[in-house]
Design a protein around this ligand. Structure first.
Ligand code: HEC
Ligand code: HEC
Ligand code: HEC
Length: 408
């Protein structure tokens, strides 16, 4: 118990601060950090689509259709045109197709121009089946199964087919804006760092204030992180991450909720004001840093690959995958909305959405894109959203984080 023992003790003491800095961040490991039970946001479409695939259950919808035999389609073309142009019936055909000279304003071009489909020599059986369920001919179709998934009944589809058969003349556009091939792509060039332009900037200070506010156990974040500007200069640009203790991919917002509970004792559940404020504050500290994704652990790589598969999974009554809109149809128009591709979609969250007057983190955007295709959304801390987030972040690797930002 002499020299060696004491020298060893000193070495341990010296090593201690280094070991402390490398200790993993304390996390609440049990339970969910979504509001419970999860309920869809107040003013969102409240319908349930329980019989169609969700990201968590992808075995509900058959992958292929069965061809229906039909000799001759007899219907009412005028009624068919009305249905095809009606936005209240699943968005209508004009959301993705140009349909001859009568085409209304702002058609999309996700699908081919159908203006002359009546000259294409298609049989009635082909027409009927393609509209009823395009998977009969093309399992990867980017078109919803209008009949099979109950948007239109068989009589209505006969009317729509009768209308399609009348289409024999190219469309003419009165204004360039109406032609999706000529419509100018939207450019986002607002100064997001200016709080007069971007209301999300107004949440940076409340987030910083929360960082200094003691939680129920008397401690504040700042007690352990005295210099957040330096300590967290990269952190948010390097999320999400595979978290071995939870065996899932953790995004910034889920980390905040689990870490706060384990340290200050505060409840900052995902999608609550405190969580989004802390997220905006921490993202702003990392704004300007390069986005990095760590897939070096085999578990992280496997989670990434599951994320890629999730991005390609057909879900909802519309039976559309993320990649149907953001890859196959990227740089095209779905009605008046330009579809972005994955690179450039996840370098700027959280965002102020001018069309919703709210700040959204990435999980809320996932939920929105789920509900848009009429798929039940998942709670924000769902495993699947973590994997999808990892996939999307990887597609944005190397870009500069610019956060918080502003979008339509
Ligand atoms: C979400 C976008 C979308 C909507 C909405 C949509 N389609 Fe399509 N449609 C497509 C795409 C993409 C194709 C190209 C092939 C494929 O993916 O199946 C297509 C192909 C077609 C074809 C076959 C064209 C050909 O020559 O091969 C027909 C016919 C058609 N659509 C009719 C309709 C009708 C009728 C409606 C409205 C009830 C409609 N579409 C709505 C995306 C859409
Ligand atoms: C009791 C001390 C303590 C408190 C209080 C605390 N943290 Fe931490 N925090 C840690 C430790 C330990 C780590 C892991 C080592 C490190 O990165 O400094 C960490 C890490 C982090 C990280 C980096 C994450 C990572 O993966 O390493 C962030 C971001 C963070 N904390 C934010 C916060 C926020 C926000 C609060 C308040 C809600 C908070 N911390 C409160 C101890 C604390
Ligand atoms: C029916 C088409 C459609 C599908 C399917 C779809 N989205 Fe979107 N998404 C949109 C539209 C429209 C926008 C707004 C325009 C844009 O930014 O591309 C959007 C925006 C986004 C944004 C924000 C982009 C930004 O720059 O702020 C993200 C992220 C996103 N989608 C992810 C997804 C993911 C992940 C999925 C799959 C779960 C998905 N989307 C499925 C249509 C779709």
């Amino acid at each position: 118990m002499t020299f060696f023992a004491r020298a060893f003790g000193v070495a341990l003491l010296l090593a201690a601060p280094i070991a402390m800095a490398q200790q993993p961040a304390p996390l609440q490991l049990e339970g969910s950090v979504s509001p419970q039970p999860w309920q869809r946001y107040g003013d969102w479409n409240k319908a349930r689509w329980d019989s169609y695939n969700t990201l968590a259950n992808r075995a509900l919808t058959p992958l292929k259709g069965n061809e229906i035999e039909i000799k001759e389609v007899k219907g009412d073309p005028a009624a068919g045109q009305k249905l095809a142009f009606d936005r209240n019936r699943g968005g209508g055909c004009l959301a993705c197709h140009i349909m001859g000279p009568k085409t209304l304003e702002l058609p999309g071009n996700v699908g081919p121009d159908l203006s002359e489909i009546g000259n294409a020599g298609r049989t009635d059986q082909w027409f009927f089946n393609y509209v009823f369920d395009p998977r009969v001919y093309n399992p990867q179709s980017v078109m919803p199964p209008w009949g099979k998934h109950g948007f239109y009944n068989e009589a209505e589809i006969r009317d729509i087919v009768s209308f399609l058969k009348t289409l024999k003349t190219p469309a003419k556009f009165a204004e360039a804006l109406d032609d999706p091939a000529k419509r100018a792509k939207p450019v986002e060039n607002r100064d997001a760092t200016d709080p007069f332009v971007n209301p999300a900037m107004d949440r940076v200070d409340p987030g910083a204030a929360l960082f200094k506010t003691p939680g129920p156990n008397g401690q504040a974040c700042i007690a352990c992180h005295a210099d957040p500007k330096t300590a967290f200069k990269q952190w948010a640009a390097e999320m999400p991450k595979w978290e071995p203790r939870l065996k899932k991919v953790l995004g910034a917002e889920e980390f905040i909720a689990r870490h706060a509970k384990a340290t200050t004792g505060a409840d900052v559940l995902m999608e609550t004001q405190g969580n989004i404020d802390l997220s905006i504050y921490l993202h702003n500290l990392a704004s300007g840093s390069t986005i990095k994704v760590d897939l070096s652990a085999p578990d992280a790589q496997a989670a990434y690959e599951r994320g890629v598969a999730l991005s390609q999974a057909k879900i909802g009554q519309f039976n559309l995958a993320c990649t149907d809109c953001h890859q196959q149809a990227a740089n095209k128009w779905i009605r008046g909305q330009w579809l972005g591709d994955p690179k450039g979609q996840y370098d700027h969250f959280p965002v102020w959405r001018t069309s919703r007057n709210e700040n959204w983190d990435i999980r809320k955007r996932f939920q929105w894109c789920n509900v848009q295709v009429r798929a039940n959304e998942l709670p924000p801390d769902a495993v699947e959203y973590g994997e999808l987030e990892l996939y999307l972040r990887k597609a944005n690797e190397g870009l500069t984080l610019s956060s918080p930002n502003i979008r339509h």
